[in-house]
Design a protein around this ligand. Structure first.
Ligand SMILES: Cc1cc2nc3c(=O)[nH]c(=O)nc-3n(C[C@H](O)[C@H](O)[C@H](O)COP(=O)(O)OP(=O)(O)OC[C@H]3O[C@@H](n4cnc5c(N)ncnc54)[C@H](O)[C@@H]3O)c2cc1C
Length: 384
């Protein structure tokens, strides 16, 4: 007897795979057959938790184990605690996401999570085909968060970071206030800042993060680790409990996500915001849009699209970063210190009205942005 054809197979049970499974299981697709496959290899799961901001309307917002009403911003000579208004900066741990999604899936009789190594995800003649440890699963739709990116796809910038979860001997952190960015570290010709996510007064995830433009070479993990060790010196004795590091390619142009019955999701679907590297909230919105599209149209392609003007803003910022890395500190500082945080976060979520964007732009020094915009315009006109 032929193997059953699943309604959907989700390749990769990380952030995007689990989020999509949860959104499918919480809606009209709850009685469909959905298989999620993950190889559970720790090395392929670099993020132990995700930070993001939200105004609290998403399906999985309740999963967060930390929620902060304010953040600290240390940039452009200023050091301010910024109230987030109706937004919260939240943190979701992978373990909590897995637990909650398992409980949603547990109520869906034909959903399953299986361990296995995905070898390929392709669009077959009349079904999507997902090969797992030599076995082919067929599905009406396949959602792919694991296949390698097409070779030769260059990045517009890269976000590299090294993070340590530390426990300090003396209380060092403000447990209520994450540091979104502290640019007061040596910049090494790029744009670097420290990010601090406190657990309590002694424990925090402390990261050195670096944006490198198209023409710059990202620092190595060892170099960023050395910068982090220098920064940590101020805290006296501490123990490193866990480390994480990554280099995320940032791209402005949308990824080619769709191939017949296969749709790329998550980072492989181009869902990291090019100017920030954040992906959590975009992945939630994408999951909700896919689930709604399947329910309404019977296909998953009624996706939310990044509006062109936001891609243009991202492209301009990354062009400025490439030419003048120091401008990033000024931009982040000016945006957060001269505007209500809600406006900035709405903008980063691509939810602003044009008037908000004019107000935000008015707080930036215009020259680098006009220069970058004219470079992009010329490149566009000459077909580069
Ligand atoms: C260290 C790190 C920290 C980050 N922190 C944040 C953050 O705080 N906030 C934010 O918004 N964004 C963050 N990001 C960016 C982005 O949100 C994450 O990368 C996010 O996890 C992307 O989701 P994903 O589903 O595409 O990938 P993943 O969450 O990595 O999921 C991919 C899954 O596929 C599995 N897998 C891979 N290959 C195979 C295979 N061949 N067979 C079977 N399974 C396979 C892996 O085990 C993994 O579970 C971070 C990224 C990294 C790398």
């Amino acid at each position: 007897m032929a193997d059953p054809v699943f309604d959907a197979v989700i390749a990769g049970g990380g952030l995007s795979g689990l989020s999509l499974a949860a959104h499918l299981g919480a809606g009209p697709w709850r009685d469909r057959s959905v298989l999620v496959i993950d190889d559970c290899t720790p090395a392929r799961r670099p993020a132990a938790s995700w930070g993001y901001w939200t105004a609290g309307i998403g399906l999985l917002d309740g999963v967060a184990y930390r929620s902060y009403a304010r953040v600290r911003v240390q940039a452009a000579g200023a050091d301010d605690v910024v109230a987030l208004g109706r937004y919260r900066y939240q943190v979701v741990r992978r373990s909590d996401l897995e637990r909650v999604v398992r409980s949603v899936i547990g109520c869906c009789p034909r959903f399953a999570l299986r361990q296995g190594r995905v070898e390929s995800v392709t669009n077959g003649a009349d079904a999507a085909e997902v090969v797992v440890d030599g076995h082919t699963y067929r599905a009406c739709w396949a959602f792919d968060s694991v296949s390698p990116e097409s070779p030769g796809r260059s990045a517009d910038a890269r976000l590299a970071f090294v993070g340590w979860e530390v426990e300090c001997a003396v209380p060092c952190f403000d447990a209520q206030t994450p540091v979104l960015f502290d640019f007061r570290i040596p910049q090494a010709g790029r744009s670097r800042f420290v990010y601090v996510l406190p657990k309590d007064r002694h424990r925090a995830l402390v990261e050195v993060t670096e944006f490198a433009g198209r023409h710059a070479i990202s620092s190595t993990a060892d170099e960023l680790g050395a910068a982090l060790a220098d920064h940590m010196d101020r805290f006296g004795r501490y123990e490193v409990l866990r480390t994480e590091s990554a280099v995320l390619p940032l791209r402005v142009a949308p990824a080619a996500r769709r191939s017949g019955r296969v749709l790329r999701i998550g980072a492989r679907g181009g869902l990291l915001k090019a100017s920030t590297g954040y992906g959590y909230q975009r992945i939630q919105r994408d999951s909700a849009a896919i689930a709604a599209s399947l329910a309404q149209y019977g296909h998953p392609f009624g996706l939310l699209r990044s509006r062109r003007r936001y891609r243009l803003f991202d492209a301009i910022l990354l062009e400025v970063l490439d030419r003048e890395p120091a401008q990033l500190e000024l931009a982040f500082g000016q945006l957060f210190l001269a505007n209500p945080a809600e406006r900035v976060l709405r903008f980063l979520d691509e939810d602003t009205r044009p008037l908000d964007e004019v107000r935000l732009a008015a707080t930036l020094a215009p020259r680098p942005y006009l220069r970058a915009a004219s470079t992009l315009l010329l490149a566009h006109a000459s077909g580069r």
